[in-house]
Design a protein around this ligand. Structure first.
Ligand code: C2O
Ligand code: CU
Ligand code: CU
Length: 530
């Protein structure tokens, strides 16, 4: 209580002083707050047991000086403060009023005549997100977001990518196991008007992946403006399981993105931008404002993608009913895991199955966020729908002893906030290769999130071109629902996560924090796989 009170008072006065001096710069305030925290006022960092990651979470650290209830905050330059009051004390999302049926991304048509199977164009356009208002947006093969691209394991397809924007972009395939030159990282810039066609042999199991731009320093803004699409990989096994798989009927992708709209209802990135991760008060699901989802009384598969620049979500049903998680980022779990809530940090995916025939209270049923804000109201019809099932055994992923016993050969230290973010003390340098690894050889990476004076924040760590296995969190077995293929993993302050990483292909790949502003600010490194 004592430290909390001190924290509450001092930063409030600090804002005054800084404001008088004209230093209304979040970074300086953060730095000053760090200094104060280090001046013998032992903050919550040192209070808690550092093994208890819950205690390390900033929301429980009571950085009240940066709370929006502080009057001074209200007069502060709002543009600088959008969204964040502190690392993880973020503005709530407005409740969805549920007036719009959630849009389902179109499945991209295959071209079976010519050599090229799929053509993907990055475009600018206008989208009616708010009734009667045109918002300037970006999209793939359309004005906003992108289509769903379906791939089959074992097939070879040619994909043609075209940059129709008037700025540089790349086409990055998040979660896809491809060689470095096809991965679409920042090294693969397409200038306006340029295009690139590549051949892809699909060599990984069924999963829900996605694609988005990756030009260094501009990824966050381009994703924010609407560049993001889905990749579904199917295989014989996934089709034989009997899971709900009727696209747009009982199998829905849900892309969660929070945005701020200005008074002209535009996505004004430079005004909304926060170097610590842009957070908005308005949720769009698949680009739909105030979404609802109409379902039958049946098992429904929801493929959740956190496509936000920085916001974390903890999804749950407002009735407290449980659901089954069946897949992680890169494939099915061995067995479905029953959960009451699930947290996804930026770029993480989870496939869950909600059995709407089993839920008793279907009036006012909704998917809500941890803080209770209504993300997606459900309308449950009286129809019974299909009789799909969720088998007890979904996959046969194994963690062999030999993986468990491997020594740590790569160490990654995540550190910092705002634009002062680093990996192993360094910022991204396209000329520097940080790590090398042999193709087909498993190595254990240890990822440590080093707290700062203010406690630190969660960094979602992502590796390109590979799906990895989570070996441990702070030397303990990872939760059941992380015992599947992953390409992104949340790492809490002071937490150490060990993962087993193997690359099937060669090339240069990025690894980075998937808070897109952190990535753009250089919280990224490169690995060369030979
Ligand atoms: Cu989602 Cu570097 O990517
Ligand atoms: Cu990626
Ligand atoms: Cu980060």
């Amino acid at each position: 209580m004592y430290t909390n009170a001190v924290f509450y008072i001092i930063p409030t006065q600090l804002f005054h002083i800084l404001k008088v001096k004209g230093m209304v710069d979040m970074r300086k305030i953060a730095l000053a707050a760090s200094i104060i925290a280090s001046l013998g006022i032992l903050g919550a960092c040192s209070q808690g047991n550092s093994n208890d990651t819950k205690d390390m979470d900033h929301s429980s650290m009571k950085m009240e000086g940066m709370d929006h209830s502080s009057k001074d905050m209200k007069d502060m330059d709002q543009d600088k403060m959008k969204g964040h009051e502190s690392h993880s004390n973020v503005v709530s999302l407005n409740n969805s009023t549920g007036v719009n049926e959630v849009k389902v991304p179109a499945e991209l048509k295959r071209n079976n005549k010519d050599e090229v199977v799929y053509t993907v164009r990055a475009q600018k356009g206008k989208t009616e997100i708010f009734d009667g208002v045109q918002t300037n947006t970006y999209g793939y093969n359309g004005s906003f977001l992108g289509p769903m691209i379906r791939l089959e394991k074992g097939e070879t397809v040619k994909i043609r990518t075209i940059n129709e924007l008037d700025e540089d972009t790349t086409f990055h395939w998040h979660g896809l196991e491809v060689s470095g030159e096809k991965d679409g990282g920042p090294q693969s810039i397409l200038k306006p008007g340029e295009e690139n066609t590549f051949e892809l042999k699909v060599n990984q199991e069924a999963a829900t992946l996605w694609f988005h731009p990756h030009p260094h320093g501009k990824a966050a803004e381009q994703v924010y403006n609407g560049l993001a699409g889905l990749v579904y990989i199917e295989d014989d096994h996934s089709k034989s399981l009997g899971l709900p798989n009727d696209y747009g009927k009982n199998d829905f992708p849900l892309i969660f993105q929070d945005r701020i709209f200005d008074d002209k209802k535009q996505l004004n990135y430079s005004a909304a931008m926060n170097t610590d991760g842009t957070i908005g008060d308005t949720l769009l699901i698949n680009g739909t404002l105030n979404p609802k989802l109409t379902v039958n009384k049946e098992k429904v598969r929801l493929r959740l993608l956190n496509g936000s620049n920085a916001r974390n979500y903890t999804f749950k049903l407002n009735t407290g009913d449980s659901f089954l998680q069946i897949a992680t980022d890169g494939g099915f779990l061995n067995e479905p895991v029953s959960l009451k809530e699930i947290t996804l940090t930026p770029s993480e995916r989870a496939e869950i199955v909600v059995d709407f025939s089993k839920i008793k209270e279907v009036n006012d049923l909704a998917l809500i966020n941890e803080d209770g804000s209504v993300l997606l109201p459900f309308v449950v019809t009286n129809q019974s729908g299909e009789t799909s099932m969720v088998p007890k055994k979904l996959n046969d992923l194994s963690l062999e002893d030999k993986e468990m016993d491997l020594p740590v050969t790569k160490k990654v230290e995540l550190f910092g906030m705002m634009d002062m973010v680093t990996i192993n003390g360094k910022k991204f340098d396209p000329e520097r290769i940080d790590f090398t690894q042999k193709q087909g050889v498993t190595e254990v990476w240890e990822i440590y999130n080093k707290p700062d004076m203010m406690g630190g924040m969660i960094h979602p760590f992502h590796i390109h071109g590979a799906q990895f296995k989570v070996l441990s969190r702070d030397e303990k077995k990872p939760p059941e629902n992380e015992q599947g293929w992953k390409d992104s993993i949340s790492v809490k302050p002071d937490e150490t996560v060990k993962i087993a990483v193997q690359f099937k292909h060669k090339g240069i790949y990025m690894f980075h924090c998937h808070i897109l502003e952190h990535e753009d600010n250089g919280m990224m490194g490169q690995i060369k796989v030979e």
